[in-house]
Design a protein. Sequence first.
Length: 222
Amino acid sequence: MLRINRSISSLLKKALTLPGQCLHEVTTFLLPESFCLGSRNSLYKDGGSSSESEPFTTVVSLQVADAPKLFSPKQKKKAPTAPSTLQQICVVVIGDNFRELAPAFETLPPDLLQLICNEIASRGDLSHDLLDLDLDLDSIILDGYPTLTNEWLESLRKSSPRLRALDLSRCSKVTDHGIHSLSTSRHMKHLKLNFCVFLTDASLVWISGLDKLVELQLQTAG
């Protein structure tokens, strides 16, 4: 059974009229009912289930490992690949023009918006001003973002109150203050803080208040 998703069609029409696009016409897109029901990203180990998990009660030991190389935007950029499905085409085209189209993001279905933000983040192009939008993300990987600061986390907390999975590994500017901003994220289940060199025991105090947390990673270079 097919349906017409007018909000996506309208957004793509706008995207494809921007300078530099190779496509010149966009017709009405027919999308399957399950279009926005794709699986969550690899942060989840529980298959993305929305069921409640046991409260986080165990102490997670710090692991010593070799520090990875610092993030490089060139390394973070994904190799271009040809999209093979309508969903991938939508995500790539909107991702290519997200700065011009961001004001319309809040009109998109949540699962499609999640995929678009995943695409932008994976390219290393996510910015603080985008996090100020009402994104309501379920998960986000921000591994190695050199410009990410505590202010980003405060914006993320406000724009995505139901955030369940967050990867801040190698974000060298994050401090205890930033973790304090996340302490009210009551839906947080998966948190990765590997090689965040300025975190202290104070962050563990804030993290202990996340009563739904089931996974915490805190690797440090030795």
